[in-house]
Ligand binder design. Sequence first.
Ligand code: GLN
Length: 604
Amino acid sequence: MKYVLVTGGVVSGLGKGVTASSIGLLLKACGLRVTSIKIDPYLNTDAGTMSPFEHGEVFVLDDGGEVDLDLGNYERFLDIKLTRDNNITTGKIYQSVLDNERKGDYLGKTVQVVPHITDAIQKWIERVALIPVDGKEGPADVCVIELGGTIGDIESMPFIEALGQFSYHVGPGNFCLIHVSLVPVLNVVGEQKTKPTQHSVRGLRGLGLTPNILACRSTKALEDNVKAKLSQFCHVAAENILTLYDVPNIWHIPLLLRDQKAHEAILKELNLIGEPDLQEWTARTRVYDILHEPVRIAMVGKYTGLSDSYLSVLKALLHASVACRRKLVVEWVAAGDLEDVTAKEAPDVYKNAWDLLKGSDGVLVPGGFGDRGVQGKILAAKYARENKVPFLGVCLGMQIAVIEFARSVLGLHDANSTEFDPETSYPCVIFMPEGSKTHMGGTMRLGSRRTFFKVPNCKSAKLYNNDSFVDERHRHRYEVNPNMVQQFENAGLSFVGRDETGQRMEIIELPSHPYFVGAQFHPEFKSRPGKPSALFLGLIAAASGQLDAVLQNYGHASKLLPNGIGNGKPTVKTYQNGNAIKSSNGSLNGVYSNGNDNGNGAHH
Ligand code: GLN
């Protein structure tokens, strides 16, 4: 096993996660099998209790792990499935050491950060790196480890110490350290400043870690004299200094790294050789770049201030939009703004929210917890249902659609989820824990569960390739009340997907509507560039007038689309001096070709 460690310096928010994922992708494109580990030095044992508003979304894995959203980037870029142990936190490490201490494993010894915590970190990394994550047998070739936070943070110290020991332990040729840093440009003089990077590399060295490669965030490519200076002061060869300059979207990062020969620098440190094949990725990025016809999706959610709160939903919308050749425009609608109280208190805000909703081609109500904005989400679902606007409800979004249907169509005016009104006379969504009803911890239905299609040939079954079942990820406590299902079905709301017992409702559909679908699970977590999630593809296809064609092809968008968008003369971007320049050697064939299904645009 070879290891690539990615650290960050100067400031947080440099896009270290995306850089690390892109490095993984570049190595994968060289024919290597890649896995990854994200280290979060905070004390929480997992991200499950952290507010999406503060920390971005909680990403959910197949095994039910609730983890940092960076693991989502790894899964999407590398098309892998990680485990909860691929996310290390200080809390997890201390918990394991303290458990061992109580079991008597260190009897007689003083338990200390060095060596006990640092040993536990190294053993954890070695153990988890061996877990296959790409569906093949046996361990990967390379493990990309991303250390969260910034060098110098107090909480990351034990990890730095452990990783320093680890690099020595695995030895030269098996370890490559990439330090992501910032080279700011001062407006007055327009000069690229190296001092912050120098300081952060010095800090890193002082802690026992020597960077092999510097990846510098900067608005433009680094000038040669700036590279020379960094090389001299940081003791890193000039060809190992890369610039992560601003690009139109993150799909460009692996290409930018490839163009700067990052793979050569990394592979050399790891005693490996290889040339990246990024044809498919390049072509898809090119398609993304030239999209111009918009598809407008209203996101009716609770957190509209921080797009990271719904990162995977946005990515799933994007993957589907690229497959449908539409430029995604997300209209953020704060659910509360649609409510009657806002009409009174802030009429302008209310009008603006409704204008956005009414101006959109499709409506998405994402998952959520707590009752803030619930009424507004119900109004959005009602609007979409009555006006035949394509609608997708995810988790809470599906529950909202059920509540709305109960109130408007069944006439049960105070119908509600017991999450929001425990006393409701029509509890159409109820607490249905899988485990204990009394013990509050661990009552969440988490991770991969199977949904069986009860109605073959319904829209969602077709989107899922007409398979008889599908495995998707869950994160919820409440479910549609099984005792009310017959009543709903009699009135035209179809529960087309259910769990193996038939008691848990997984997918709803309104057959009389162009596209009105809800899922109790979160399909967004398994969406990939080139393999958009089925139900999201359905939403975007419906919102852009392409649903019939997609359904006829059982959810395969790629077969419908013209061969080589841009008509025969596809170009691939290469980079020079921070500017994308065009070359004509690229080809779109094999990516979005017609008829020849190689997995793109299809859901498996
Ligand atoms: N709050 C709802 C439940 O617990 C929905 C959860 C979600 O959307 N992730 O069932």
